[in-house]
Design a protein around this ligand. Structure first.
Ligand code: C5P
Length: 238
C-alpha cells in the first residue's frame, strides 16, 4: 500500500491575529501551507498529499491554484474542511484512495518539520505500530489549576505535574489507516472533541508510541512563532 499525508489547513488562526487563514500566511514569502506540503512531499514514503482547505468554494479553488503554481511535488488533492480540526481531518480521510494503508496527519501550522522526522514516523508505522507520534520533552514546569474565577484573576494551583514524565507532541502523527478511520468514526459518534488524532486512537485501546520530535517542528500559533519561523528559514537558506 501507499503512504499518504493529510494536512488540515482549514483553521482561521485567530490567535495569530487578524488576517488571512493561518495556513495562507506567508513565511519567507511563501504560504505556510506550501512549506507544509513540501515537507511531506519531500519524504520518499509519501506519494499523495491531501490538503484540507477552509470550507468554502473560493478557498478550495485558491488553495488548488496556490499548490499548482508551486513546483508540484507528489500528487496533491484539495478538499473542503469542517468546523473543527477533527471534522477537517475526517474530510481528508474520506478522500483517500483505496490503496493507501498508512496515513500521516500533519498540521499546516507546523511548516518547518524536517524530512527526517517525517521519515521516522512513516517508518515506525510501516514497522508495525498502529499509531506513532513525534514528541519532545517538556522544558517548562507545568502546574494544574483549579476551576478559575474571573479571567485574568490569580488562579489557585492544585498541584505540580512531574515534568520528566510529560511529552509535548507534534505532527506528523502516523497511523495504520484502518485504526485511524475507526477511531474518527467512533469519536464522531460519541461527539467528544480531541485535540490530536493519536488521542482518539488511544481511546480505542491501541498502543500509541512516541519517536523523537524536532524543535523545528514547532507549531506556529502566536505572533512570536512567526518571528521564530522566519529566523529558522533564514538560517536554512544561509
Ligand atoms: O488551532 P490549531 O493550531 O490547533 O490548528 C491545528 C491545525 O488544524 C491547523 O493546521 C489548522 O489549519 C487545522 N484546522 C482545520 N480545521 C479547523 C480548525 C483547525 O483544518 N476547523
Amino acid at each position: 500500500g501507499r503512504t499518504a499525508a493529510v494536512i488540515p489547513a482549514a483553521g482561521r488562526g485567530v490567535r495569530l491575529g487578524p488576517g488571512a487563514p493561518k495556513a495562507l500566511r506567508a513565511l519567507g514569502g511563501t504560504p505556510m501551507l506550501v512549506h507544509a506540503v513540501r515537507a511531506m512531499a519531500q519524504s520518499r514514503a509519501v506519494t499523495l498529499v491531501v490538503v484540507v482547505a477552509p470550507p468554502d468554494d473560493t478557498a478550495v479553488a485558491e488553495v488548488q491554484q496556490l499548490l499548482a503554481d508551486s513546483d508540484a511535488i507528489a500528487e496533491v488533492l484539495v478538499v473542503p474542511g469542517g468546523e473543527t480540526r477533527q471534522e477537517s481531518v475526517r474530510a481528508g480521510l474520506d478522500a483517500l484512495p483505496a490503496d493507501v494503508d498508512v496515513v500521516l496527519v500533519h498540521d499546516a501550522a507546523r511548516p518547518l518539520v524536517p524530512v527526517d522526522t517525517v521519515d521516522a514516523v512513516a517508518a515506525a508505522v510501516r514497522a508495525g505500530a498502529p499509531a506513532v507520534v513525534p514528541a519532545m520533552p517538556v522544558t517548562d514546569t507545568v502546574k494544574e489549576v483549579g476551576p478559575g474565577g474571573e479571567p485574568g484573576a490569580p488562579e489557585p494551583v492544585l498541584g505540580t505535574v512531574d515534568r520528566s514524565r510529560l511529552r509535548a507532541v507534534q505532527t506528523p502523527q502516523g497511523f495504520d489507516r484502518d485504526a485511524l478511520v475507526a477511531a474518527h468514526e467512533k469519536t464522531a459518534l460519541e461527539g467528544d472533541g480531541a485535540t490530536d488524532d493519536a488521542g482518539m486512537v488511544e481511546r480505542q485501546g491501541h498502543q500509541v508510541v512516541l519517536v523523537p520530535g524536532h524543535e523545528e517542528a514547532f507549531k506556529v500559533t502566536r505572533p512570536l512563532d512567526l518571528v521564530l519561523a522566519e529566523a529558522v528559514l533564514a538560517r536554512r537558506r544561509a
